[in-house]
Design a protein around this ligand. Structure first.
Ligand SMILES: [Zn+2]
Length: 283
């Protein structure tokens, strides 16, 4: 099995293992420590990108501003998994694809599919945690003497609920934009379970919702909002059609646009035809 991946992996793994010759025996000395790291914070962005020599920073291989898998040297990584040798205590940071290929066990002994799903779970947890920290960092940046208590209250609320109410989010997004702070809208989750929270969003103007909250809303929340707005529009149409024609003409006509008048006339005609048909049918 002399493929290129194995060759590269052998070059890196054997010098760090007790077993010096047989790659497949050496693998058995290694396990995943159940640690996953996000390299975003360590990542040196401001590098000169051409032909930098390979450097190792905190155990991770870097070249020309990119981080690479410590095993195959190929995968360009954002999240790295730490593996350790139980006999020599040496460690390596590798990509998830390599661990899967490599098929080592995790700390408690599970391998294969079980270990893979554990790895993916752990990675999601790290991503979630990183998003949470991003939100806290943003909030600390908009905190000043005038709003200190308010923003601290929002931080406590977010730590507990992992999301904001629509009202809180309106305030926060506006402040973040005024202060020109880079924020990741999807990290600012919105809470829409209670009626009070739903009302906050439904009582805001559609323009404001689209401008300040839309990016933070999940697909399900957007769908719910669109449906509710549709229901509201239909209700308004019904209200006008349920009023007597005289009343509409007397009180609303002047305020209606040409387009609305035209649609109204059409709807009234349809209603009349329907009424006549119904009467014929049942007479
Ligand atoms: Zn790799």
């Amino acid at each position: 099995m002399g493929n290129i991946w194995q060759q590269r992996a052998e070059e890196r793994l054997l010098p760090l293992s007790r077993e010096q010759d047989n790659f497949w025996l050496a693998i058995k000395e290694w396990f995943w420590t159940k640690e996953v790291f996000d390299l975003k914070d360590v990542h040196p962005d401001d590098w000169d990108y051409d032909n930098e020599p390979l450097e190792i920073i905190q155990g991770v291989e870097y070249q020309s501003g990119k981080a690479f898998c410590g095993l195959c040297g190929k995968e360009d990584l954002r999240y790295v998994f730490r593996i350790q040798n139980r006999l020599t205590d040496n460690f390596l940071f590798v990509g998830s694809k390599c661990i899967e290929k490599f098929d080592i066990i995790s700390k408690n002994g599970s391998g294969g599919t079980e270990r893979n799903s554990e790895m993916h779970r752990e990675k999601s947890r790290v991503i979630k945690e990183q998003k949470h920290q991003h939100v806290i960092k943003c909030l600390l940046q908009i905190m000043d003497e005038t709003n200190e208590i308010k923003v601290q209250g929002f931080i406590d609320y977010f730590n507990q609920n992992k999301a904001f109410t629509p009202k809180q989010l309106f305030f926060l997004i506006r402040r973040l934009r005024i202060k020109n702070i880079n924020y990741q809208a999807s990290a600012f989750k919105i809470k829409l379970r209670r009626d009070r929270e739903k009302d906050q969003i439904l009582n805001s103007s559609d323009d404001n919702v689209k401008e300040y909250l839309w990016e933070s809303m999940s697909a399900g929340q957007r769908e719910w909002y669109v449906q509710r707005m549709q229901i509201r529009r239909n209700r308004k149409k019904d209200q006008i059609l349920e009023s007597s024609d005289d009343n509409v003409k007397e009180y609303l006509w002047e305020s209606m646009s040409a387009d609305q008048r035209e649609r109204y006339v059409q709807r009234v005609q349809i209603q009349r035809v329907a009424r006549v048909l119904r009467e014929q049918l049942y007479s």
